[in-house]
Design a protein around this ligand. Structure first.
Ligand SMILES: C[S@@+](CC[C@H](N)C(=O)[O-])C[C@H]1O[C@@H](n2cnc3c(N)ncnc32)[C@H](O)[C@@H]1O
Length: 458
């Protein structure tokens, strides 16, 4: 503290400001920067949660915060000193979006942080701007044009909002953006090979994990609060659950593999959906799981071992390069995609994505789907899924595939997921074989599913 300051800066705000600086000024990834700084800090669990909330919240709401700051600054936020910019954003996030933080703490510590990181003259600017916003917060005006208003108010890139409005009602779009701005839910999938959901719920609660049984699927458990980390529980080590969003728990029941069948999971990652397929098969039959990366296949194998699954063979291979392979009863292609259905999971993702990223992804998805089609036996099923919510990567990819492959047909699957209470429109879509779950609509992540069957004698 210098001789003029009267306020100490708490370690939480200090660390939060440093992480935000790394992300917004130096292009670091928010999740990696958070992990790096938190790993090196001695903060309590509560303080770590607070830093995470301040960092992710500030980054998510960047467009909203900058809009408001620009109304009160003499020159635009982009032209300000980087530390002043960082701290103004962090302090304003607390003032506008964190009810539990007293305004004086957000302002005084913000001013002090600017004094420390920049200089006393800029600390006076921060003080003036933040107090002026506090006095005038009821008079803040947002853009009048609809797209700009939604983009600023809900803090998403304008191109995304424009795009979504062209394919969904405004209310759905707002619901989705609100969901993207919230901390992601933590849900677990019960491993029915080992326990029932009731047994898992009971043992987690005994172990200090406060949770409740979900209402979306037969397997989900929603974590509300934790006294210890999930990985330290006996339930985890005994393989009683897998951490997964309920929207992703629909892949296995839609593809509906039977015990004894041969299944390919072509983009398996660390095995989220692979392990659910194995559980549905009662750990009987054969699953071959591919992913481009060795480190993911290594984790997939560890996950299978923990969950007590031994029918999965993991292969680190490029699916597009696989030589002729025996055809399978069922094939899952959970394709690489833009991830616009899971924007809540990574606070900076919305700012890193660009519309021009989509075309090369569509190209890859089509190639992968074409390859996947060749690995399904006649009469077998092919499930295409993504965690994105735009038609280009979803319906249009499937339509193009069907156009080139008339021996495939869509398969209705509403009855396979009758436990999930879809609204009328989505029920109709599932009954035609394709379903987009918008993020937040059912309080889940966004996902897309299309189920097809190979019928050579069509
Ligand atoms: C959406 S993620 C899969 C998530 C996974 N199915 C789950 O449920 O956890 C897509 C995966 O495709 C993999 N991938 C991308 N291109 C690939 C290719 N040509 N061959 C095999 N895997 C690929 C990526 O490494 C990534 O793990």
């Amino acid at each position: 503290m210098d001789k003029y300051s009267t306020t100490a800066v708490s370690p939480t705000r200090n660390i939060a400001a440093q992480i935000i600086y790394e992300v917004t000024e130096n292009g670091a990834y928010a999740n990696l920067a958070l992990a790096k700084f938190m790993g090196a800090s001695r903060l309590s669990k509560e303080d770590k949660n607070l830093v995470t909330e301040m960092v992710n919240g500030t980054i998510r709401m960047l467009k909203h915060l900058d809009w408001v700051l620009n109304l009160f600054l003499q020159s635009r936020i982009e032209r300000q000193n980087p530390w002043l910019r960082t701290v103004l954003r962090l302090s304003l996030y607390q003032l506008l979006f964190m009810d539990k933080i007293p305004a004086y703490a957000a302002v005084n510590e913000g001013v002090e942080l600017v004094r420390k990181k920049a200089n006393p003259a800029l600390a006076r600017v921060a003080n003036g701007v933040l107090r002026s916003i506090l006095r005038n917060r009821d008079k803040i005006k947002y853009p009048e044009d609809k797209v700009s208003y939604l983009a600023v108010y809900y803090s998403h890139p304008e191109w995304m909002v424009k795009w979504w409005l062209s394919q969904m009602p405004e209310a759905e779009c707002i619901k989705m953006m609100n969901y993207n701005n919230k901390r992601p839910n933590l849900t677990l999938r019960t491993n029915v090979l080992k326990v029932s959901r009731d047994e898992l719920w009971e043992s987690l609660n005994k172990e200090g994990i406060s949770c409740r049984k979900g209402s979306l699927t037969p397997w989900d458990i929603e974590v509300e609060d934790m006294k210890i980390s999930l990985e330290d529980t006996e339930s985890y080590n005994k393989g009683y659950f897998y951490i997964q969003n309920p929207a992703s728990m629909l892949a296995a029941p839609i593809l509906k593999p039977e015990p004894g069948e041969k299944v390919y999971d072509l983009c398996a990652g660390v095995g989220g959906k692979t392990t659910h397929l194995a559980e549905m098969m009662g750990n009987k039959g054969e699953i071959i799981a591919f992913d481009l990366y060795d480190h993911k296949i290594k984790l997939l194998k560890e996950n299978c071992q923990r969950l007590g699954i031994d029918i999965v063979t993991g292969k680190a291979e490029d699916v597009l390069q696989i030589a002729e392979s025996p055809e399978a009863d069922k094939v899952l292609l959970d394709a690489p995609c833009s991830g616009l259905g899971v924007l809540n999971r990574r606070s900076d993702m919305r700012w890193k994505r660009e519309k021009k990223d989509i075309a090369p992804l569509v190209d890859l998805q089509l190639k992968l789907l074409q390859k996947a089609g060749k690995m399904v036996k006649n009469g077998g099923f092919l499930l295409y899924s993504t965690c994105t919510i735009n038609q280009e990567e979803n319906e249009k990819v499937v339509e193009e595939f069907l156009h080139k492959n008339p021996h495939f047909e869509m398969v209705p699957f509403a009855d396979r997921i009758s436990f999930f209470s879809l609204d009328e429109k989505d029920l109709k879509a599932a009954a035609q074989g394709m379903l987009t779950i918008y993020s937040g609509k059912y309080n889940t992540d966004g996902m897309f599913y299309a189920l097809m069957r190979r019928q050579d004698n069509y």
